[in-house]
Design a protein around this ligand. Structure first.
Ligand SMILES: C[S@@+](CC[C@H](N)C(=O)[O-])C[C@H]1O[C@@H](n2cnc3c(N)ncnc32)[C@H](O)[C@@H]1O
Length: 336
């Protein structure tokens, strides 16, 4: 095939990327993976159970089977695949809440990506008139889906952090923007001498308080605004996927509040993707655009994290890979 025609095909496939995403969403919204948990099903049965049009559902599942989400094991009969299993509601690492979040509350903000690129502003706020987290504070159902989406998509991150980071010498960790509490509960469960504080917006903390397991007795829950202040008394402050939500000005404010809350021998851990400077194909580059569109935030390079930390009175000491997309970026108060 002529090279030009190969390029055209490749570009068309990229251009149609959101069709694939929307098809995954349709299957997730209809609960198809949940219906296939018990075993293969004929599309006629699936359509009845999912309250869908049989022919249209067949075309959806045939398309998804071509990208490894479901498989057609016999004519018109579909089965689960490892990717499809992650769309089940009760899978411990379920990605279903994340698909619903990206395609419901968040999707229409992408209609205004051109505005974001022209102005550097957040498309979500331009479209709805409100910053993203203000909407979640007022809409409990969206807040619940957001929390579940964050928890499902990040189930492996707390485990990785508790395995790769050496917590010796540390007494109290403060999880700033701790949301669902998975990070603190995982670290406490493997480090019985540690205590933890989960700090987040008041509504978020209220809803997570009663859901903590055995570790709750070694845990404090604090509601507040990290642009105002951060709880004192910790010796390790962790911000997992917080700084990428914000532009530099807001990020420096949060980091300065952490600096003010900790003693001079405290430590700070940022858990974030680090953008490769060689433009390798990377999820981080796409999440970076999503952060711009949704929150006016940004994924950053190592040099950008160094500059940000420096501006807030910290010195970056090391970067520890976790085996996940995110790295641990460790920093200490800068010597004066
Ligand atoms: C992207 S989520 C990260 C959650 C969690 N750390 C994780 O890694 O899964 C960002 C968190 O920041 C919290 N947050 C947003 N604005 C805040 C504020 N002004 N003060 C305190 N927490 C805030 C949100 O409620 C949310 O839980």
């Amino acid at each position: 095939m002529a090279k030009r025609s190969i390029y055209a095909r490749e570009l068309v496939n990229l251009m149609a990327g959101h069709w694939v995403a929307r098809a995954v969403y349709a299957a997730a919204r209809l609960g198809v993976a949940d219906l296939l948990e018990a075993g293969p099903q004929h599309v006629e049965v699936l359509a009845k159970k999912a309250n869908a049009h049989e022919g249209a559902l067949y075309r959806l599942l045939r398309a998804l089977a071509s990208v490894g989400v479901f498989t057609e094991t016999e004519p018109n009969t579909f089965s689960m695949t490892p990717k499809a299993e992650l769309l089940c509601s009760d899978h411990p690492n379920s990605l279903r809440p994340l698909v619903l979040l990206w395609n419901e509350l968040e999707y229409s903000a992408w209609d205004d990506i051109v505005h974001s690129i022209k102005t550097g502003e957040c498309a979500f706020e331009y479209r709805t008139g409100s910053p993203f987290f203000d909407v979640l504070e007022k809409d409990m159902e969206s807040a619940r889906i957001f929390r579940e989406a964050m928890a499902g998509a990040s189930r492996l991150i707390p485990l990785a952090i508790s395995e790769v980071y050496d917590f010796s010498g540390c007494n109290t960790i403060v999880d700033v923007g701790g949301s669902h509490g998975n990070l603190v509960s995982t670290i406490l469960s493997t480090h019985p001498d540690l205590k933890g504080v989960i700090f987040d917006l008041p509504n978020v903390v209220e809803s997570v308080k009663n859901k903590m397991g055995d570790e709750a007795s070694r845990c404090e829950f604090a509601g507040g605004d990290f642009f105002e202040s951060v709880p004192g008394g910790g010796d390790l402050y962790i911000l997992s996927r917080i700084i990428h939500d914000w532009d530099d000005e807001h990020s420096i404010k949060i980091l300065k509040n952490c600096r003010n809350a900790m003693g001079s021998d405290g430590k700070l851990l940022l858990v974030e993707i680090i953008i490769d400077t060689n433009n390798e194909s990377s999820f981080g580059n796409w999440l970076d655009l999503h952060m711009l569109v949704m929150q006016g935030g940004s994924e950053r390079t190592e040099a950008e994290y160094r500059r940000l930390l420096d501006a807030a009175g910290f010195e970056l000491t090391r970067i520890i890979p976790t085996g996940q997309w995110q790295n641990i970026i460790e920093a200490v108060p800068a010597s004066i």
